[in-house]
Design a protein around this ligand. Sequence first.
Ligand code: NAD
Length: 321
Amino acid sequence: MQNSTVGTGDAVTGSVAVIGAGLIGRGWAIVFARAGWQVNLYDLHASQLDVARQAIADQLQMLKQHGLCEQPDSLINNIHYKTDLEAALSGADYVQECGPEVLEAKKKLYSEMDELALESTILASSTSGLMASEFAAHLSGRRRALVVHPVNPPHLVPLVEISPAEWTDPAVTQGARQIMSSVGQTPITVEKEISGFILNRLQGALLNEVLRLTQGGYVSAEDIDKAVCDGLGLRWSFMGPLETIDLNAPEGLADYAARYGAMYHAMAETQSSPPDWHESSVAELHDARRERLDSRDIARRQNWRDNRLAALIAHKSKQEN
Ligand SMILES: NC(=O)c1ccc[n+]([C@@H]2O[C@H](COP(=O)([O-])OP(=O)(O)OC[C@H]3O[C@@H](n4cnc5c(N)ncnc54)[C@H](O)[C@@H]3O)[C@@H](O)[C@H]2O)c1
């Protein structure tokens, strides 16, 4: 790694192997390349690399339009496309694995990476739902394996969840955290392994309540989305739920709890049963969405989402400056 060693708190650049060039791998390639890292982007399927090359070029043009990337061409030169795993891992300081979300496939890929990567290389997985203790326990080099879970798309949403297993070396966890800060992401640490990490547990709590409320006939699908995008979500784009309640009572969080705690406690007693996620039970919600958006238009709407996110990030970075 150049400029500094991990752990000193200074900026870090180096060489990263991004393993898997699907939706998430492409986003990670942009994150590292724009921070000045040399990126080896590898996929088992060469055709995926062609798709990734075009998708990355399109995303960089979009970022440029929002003032979030000055020189797409020089950034593109930092990304090297590889069809050989050993070549991709050669000299890598850090690996961001983005292969399929299948436990046996991850275990096999991790065995190969542990064999081929330098002993000092951090092996981080993007997995949404598998824990390091599930896919890396069998490795002789398991001390350098952990989860670094991004939000889609990682080049637009900075949060990453760092989730080590109990046997992950604390220096590796600290190193991953420092690398993430250095490339412009916002790391949080999952102090003890738990399924869903933190973000999806929060999202899960909200989605489970959405299903309870809609299946119970309390609110329509259309209105529930409004409750978030024109209500809670407006505040959440710049402050979290704890700061939100801290500002919602004259004396802060404890005052808020004294005023509204009994209400939330009573609500919680009606929120404990898991809602029904079966296809037949979500059919009505699915149909409501299809009335608003034809399934053939989902890709177009994803581009719209990425554009809105880029505009919001550009706005937030101006405010912070
Ligand atoms: N899509 C999301 O919203 C999201 C968000 C956060 C994390 N993740 C996680 O990121 C990882 C990748 O997800 P994705 O959405 O990019 O999936 P994807 O299906 O778009 O991409 C997976 C890629 O891995 C490649 N691949 C298959 N076997 C491989 C191997 N042995 N070695 C290297 N590459 C291989 C495939 O060809 C494909 O290009 C998953 O673990 C997923 O849980 C996904």
